[in-house]
Ligand binder design. Structure first.
Ligand SMILES: [Zn+2]
Length: 396
């Protein structure tokens, strides 16, 4: 019959678009069949983005089209429209927050994928998107339309479970079986559940949102099994329900082709952040929290050839998401003294070089020492500072 999309109902202080959709589906008259639950992450630098920057959509089948739209009207007015204008500022989130501006759209058939590609790669206004057969609300219509227009040629899954209303109200700490979480990503074929370096759990959000946890996996059955495995433990709190979404996470959909350049100069800034200036004029940033990527960037020298990918920020630098050395320029050093092995020293411009110990002289010359890169292939930030959209490099 058609597709329903939803976005921009969550803010730091509470709410979550996935839960808003879950409740809508729960209360939909049983004569309608819901399928193809999907969650898409959108352009990470979008100005008016919500916390998770995710929009959701589902397919709805049934006979009574008029009745469905009446129900959606009712649901919008009663449950979703009142979420507009919520805003919480938090010290945990330095980025300025926009007030929620929920949007919901209905398409009788899936619009072409152009809207999705725009919304995942660039700043989009409400005039740039496919026109829905029916729409409700404001800015959230953009993400809602993008979620429906996603062609899902490449995808992963996320199984999300929500806390009970009482737990959300009490604001107490989330309880999820930690020993079972420790099995994820190794025994079970899930990904981005933990960060081994910082020992942090990545499946549960912070703050007062209804999500208990979300498990990312490459197959639907893995996502469901891992989700049930956590829910069934007596060390996990009771849940309101759970649902599996097909997602564009870990697809690299937000990125264009890999690029290459020669390094002109690097500058090491506060906390080890590196700015790489390329000979073609491009400026690349490797941020302090990007781990191996930052380490590799610090190692670079003039004339090294690199391959990279990342997003162009409003400050006209590319924020690196992966980096690889293609070739490194050798270090130039003075030769060693044939007699004693001490490194020869220059005596001045256009003069011989001389051993500082036994004073033997040689014609002015250099030796080239190859530099061995600390990493041979691609490097990317650790799990806890990777974007949801970024594909792990070991998948290629
Ligand atoms: Zn010597």
């Amino acid at each position: 019959m058609g597709w329903l999309g939803l976005d921009d109902t969550d803010h730091i202080g509470g709410g979550c678009t996935t839960h808003t959709l879950f409740e809508l589906i729960q209360q939909l008259p049983k004569k309608y069949v819901v399928s193809s639950q999907r969650l898409v992450r959108l352009y990470p630098f979008a100005k008016q983005r919500t916390r998770g920057n995710a929009a959701v959509a589902v397919r709805i089948e049934g006979d009574d089209y008029t009745d469905l739209l009446l129900h959606l009207d009712y649901w919008w007015n009663e449950k979703i429209a009142p979420l507009k204008g919520k805003l919480t500022q938090s010290k945990q989130y330095p980025r300025p927050q926009s007030p929620t501006d929920p949007g919901m759209v209905w398409f009788e058939s899936q619009p072409d994928e152009a809207t999705y590609w725009k919304c995942v790669r660039e700043e989009v206004s409400i005039n740039d998107i496919a026109i829905a057969d029916k729409s409700w609300g404001g800015h959230g219509r953009i993400g809602a339309t993008a979620a429906i227009s996603w062609p899902a040629k490449e995808y992963t899954y996320e199984a999300i479970s929500w806390r009970t209303t009482d737990s959300v109200k009490s604001g107490g700490q989330r309880k999820v079986d930690l020993s079972r979480i420790a099995e994820l990503d190794s025994g079970l074929d899930t990904f981005m559940s933990r960060d081994l370096r910082s020992n942090s759990v990545l499946i549960s959000p912070r703050g007062n949102c209804p999500v208990l946890f979300g498990i990312r996996a490459r197959t639907e059955s893995t996502a469901i099994n891992a989700c049930n495995y956590l829910i069934e433990s007596k060390f996990t709190e009771a849940v309101d329900g759970h649902m599996v979404f097909k997602t564009n996470q870990a697809t690299d959909d937000h990125l264009g082709d890999d690029m290459r350049c020669f390094v002109d100069e690097i500058q090491i800034k506060k906390r080890g952040t590196v700015k790489i200036r390329c000979t073609d004029g491009m400026n690349l940033m490797a941020f302090a929290e990007s781990g191996d990527l930052k380490n590799l960037a610090q190692w670079l020298k003039k004339d090294d050839e690199i391959s990279y990918n990342g997003l162009l920020s409003s400050d006209r630098t590319i924020h690196l998401e992966r980096l690889k050395i293609l070739s490194s320029t050798p270090d130039r050093v003075r030769p060693k003294c044939e007699n004693c092995g001490v490194t020869m020293k220059s005596m001045g411009a256009n003069q011989d070089i001389r051993c500082p110990k036994c004073k033997i002289r040689m014609a002015d010359s250099w030796q080239e020492l190859p530099r061995e890169p600390p990493y041979s292939g691609w490097v990317q930030p650790p799990n806890d500072s990777m974007r949801h959209l970024s594909k792990p490099i070991n998948w290629n």
